[in-house]
Design a protein around this ligand. Sequence first.
Ligand code: NAD
Length: 411
Amino acid sequence: MRIGVVGLGYVGLPLAVAFCEARQEVVGVDTDVRVVEALRRGQSHVEDVSPDSLRAVADRFHVSTRYAELAKVDAVVVAVPTPLTRNREPDLGPLVSAGTALAGVLQQDQLVVLESTTYPGTTRERFVPLLEESGLAAGKDFFAAFSPERTDPGRTDFTLRTTPKVVGGLTDECLRRAVELYELVCDEIVPLSTPEAAELSKLLENVFRSVNIALVNELAILCDRMGIDVWEVVEAAATKPYGFMSFKPGPGMGGHCLPVDPFYLAWRAREFDTQTEFIELAGEVNQRMPYFCVEKIARALNDHSKPVRGSRVAIVGVSYKPGVGDLRESPALRIMRLLREQGADVTYHDDYVPELAELDLRSEWPEDADCTVIVTAHPDLDVERIVRESVLVVDFRGVTRGIEAPNLVRL
Ligand SMILES: NC(=O)c1ccc[n+]([C@@H]2O[C@H](COP(=O)([O-])OP(=O)(O)OC[C@H]3O[C@@H](n4cnc5c(N)ncnc54)[C@H](O)[C@@H]3O)[C@@H](O)[C@H]2O)c1
């Protein structure tokens, strides 16, 4: 098959490479010239795709900024961003421009699958009508489906191939063709009756995580007041062999998914006169965490007879999760800004993020800091060295558990 992938980011690029590795011809289209030029030079901007894997498929992977290249493919997968507006409402801008551009090149018999996370109804009510501007009819002249992406950047125990792939087609024939496409790269396909069910299943997965993280975060704040070790509590509960799933507290949620996707559902629910209270409350609790973290840092400094103003605070780990350099919605950035507003001299260390242009900082090892704060613990972080060399350490990830030291404060 010849397959097109629109949007070559965290989702689209690994998928494009997987199709190439399954010996298909792939055309990747991205509107960002820098992304396309870097890929042409064999450089990957996604940690999960190595330059070696790009080199290995170079003869089957063609990248371009031009949608016209998609006129010759059999199937197109769309993985463009679905962010929020400033008012935290769905921003379908990239999706609408992708659909509009695709309509200009859409061909008879092509299959188009949307993978971007979005609210139920987007494929049928927003995306397909744009494609039909081509004059072709969905389900008859071309085929449309929704298949949510489940990738977890940095994860190695489950891959695209071993993670079951949910698919919902506009018609039975749309579903059949989409299943055939994904069978090339996934061992197990989960066919659903509609695109809406597939869209909602992805949101359920992310809302589930958001709500459970909010629950342990709320518990962490309570434990802080009560003087109980929240990590010990969570670990103890997790020894129950059934009926409990362990989630860890932390400085707040980051990334493109958890802080964003639940709002897509809450927004859509309002159209149906329904308030999704759990979802909104979870968002609020998680958004509050960076503020709580700054309070905790201020208290730790106070206990060392230091004010926040004028203190040097070194943040360790600024990406939103371990093992990746992704800064999107990272709680570390919020913590750093809040500390700066209170007059702290903020520095940071992160092997995955050499530079933070928006804060005019470069990564440096935390030296001479009044307080060193572990916000994201990358896999190779030397936690013992940090505790040994720092005057005061605040750990929001529980990675110092097992270390006894008077200069250590944990969430
Ligand atoms: N990153 C994740 O872990 C993850 C996991 C599951 C689902 N998703 C979902 O997948 C979708 C894509 O996310 P991502 O993390 O890959 O985003 P990303 O920002 O890493 O990549 C998106 C790419 O699309 C390009 N793009 C934007 N508008 C375009 C257009 N009109 N035409 C062509 N290219 C365009 C951008 O230049 C960018 O390179 C989102 O809906 C996201 O919610 C992401």
